[in-house]
Design a binder for this molecule. Structure first.
Ligand SMILES: C[S@@+](CC[C@H](N)C(=O)[O-])C[C@H]1O[C@@H](n2cnc3c(N)ncnc32)[C@H](O)[C@@H]1O
Length: 357
């Protein structure tokens, strides 16, 4: 299977989208929102799903390798001054990625989600987090039904919306388990930044293939876990502390949690699965800091640097858990120092889309 690889120059796109109101969609299938498989958690059950460590909130599911906090600083908003609330890491990243790529998703999304009379289109978002992608997509495609699944969803994390629009449903689900949807029931499956949620990405693909209809679309978007320079020059020379930070993160994730660094290998996993065709991979470079000659990209880079700093601070908890624990603070600080001082640093965003055979 041939894979089409390309690198897209960053183009900050317009942020406009359709604000029409979603329809109240009846859904009378066996996999519908009213399925008896779905049970709503009560408020007093919520604390049982989380644990506090070092002043941050984490998942407490026994087999879940996911290492990052799931609190307000990581997920939704943070207070940057007494009167200003800024988007925290996950919601902030969502907005910046949209500007970088000029869209909510790569791939022929409009073709796949075209409304046909008598047919209900359905989209599933894996590891939906705050649900920011689902909520924006639901505004753009008000006739489409969206499901966002997470091991701890916006319904269970009290900082996020418990009252989504009528064409959106958030559900608690561990993506290592079989989905509740019928075979071929979905038109699109979207998975963004989930490589820390699972140990074996390849094992997830047959289940994604099962729930997608023939011609349905799978879209993945993952950040590379390594620093890079926009001009392709040797990063170890100009940003050695960034390199050291990521090496320690990768070692700790693998040794302590069995999490591999595979963003650039997903196209090949899709090809190897045999279930997908028309596999198109594309990378985007997100500038870190305001070094870029283009004014829009400078603004993007400035905002993204804030997100990277939050990421580095969230990763401190991960590093404290492994063989780099004694150096956790200096590794984090070293990376933060370099994102403020080294010009030309970028993060690489790996995207791929593929059609179900
Ligand atoms: C880095 S966040 C990405 C959130 C969202 N996809 C986005 O791009 O904004 C990863 C999410 O995966 C969720 N997660 C971790 N392990 C999971 C599992 N086994 N099943 C479902 N979701 C999981 C976490 O709770 C978290 O919300």
């Amino acid at each position: 299977m041939a894979i089409d690889y390309s690198h897209q120059r960053p183009v900050p796109g317009s942020d406009s989208h359709n604000m029409s109101h979603p329809l109240d969609l009846d859904d009378d299938r066996s996999d519908s929102d009213t399925s008896e498989d779905i049970v709503e958690l009560s408020a007093d059950e919520i604390p049982g799903y989380f644990q506090e460590r070092g002043g941050r909130l984490f998942h407490s599911h026994g087999s879940c390798p996911y290492p990052l906090p799931v609190d307000a600083e990581e997920q939704q908003v943070r207070r940057t001054s007494p009167s200003v609330l800024s988007p925290a890491r996950q919601n902030g990243l969502h907005q910046l990625l949209r500007k970088l790529t000029g869209a909510l998703s790569v791939g022929p999304v409009h073709d796949v989600l075209t409304h046909l009379p008598g047919e209900q289109r359905r989209v599933l978002d894996l590891g939906t987090g705050t649900g920011s992608w689902v909520l924006d997509m639901a505004r753009e495609f008000p006739d489409v039904r969206f499901y966002g699944v997470d091991i701890g969803t916006p319904r269970t994390v009290p900082i996020a919306t418990r009252y989504p629009p009528r064409n959106v449903q958030f559900e608690m689900h561990d993506i290592k388990e079989q989905f509740r949807y019928d075979t071929g029931a979905l038109d699109m499956v979207h998975a963004r930044s989930i490589t820390m949620a699972i140990r074996d990405y390849g094992a997830l693909l047959p289940e994604i293939a099962r729930v997608l209809r023939s011609g349905g679309l799978f879209v993945s978007c993952e950040w590379g876990r390594r620093p890079a320079l926009a001009d392709g020059s040797e990063v170890a020379t100009r940003a050695p502390r960034a390199v050291a930070f990521f090496q320690a993160v990768k070692d700790t994730l693998l040794e302590r949690r069995g999490i591999q660094t595979i963003a650039d290998r997903i196209p090949q996993l899709l090809a190897d699965s045999g279930d997908f065709t028309h596999i198109v991979a594309r990378t985007y470079h997100m500038p870190i800091g305001d070094w870029h000659p283009n004014v829009d990209m400078q603004e993007l880079g400035r905002e993204y640097r804030d997100m990277v700093e939050l990421y580095a601070r969230s990763m401190r908890a991960v590093l404290l858990d492994g063989r780099w624990a004694a150096h956790a603070d200096s590794l984090v600080q070293g990376y933060i120092d370099e994102i403020w001082s080294v010009r030309g640093l970028v993060s690489i965003c790996y995207t791929v889309y593929a059609k179900r055979r």
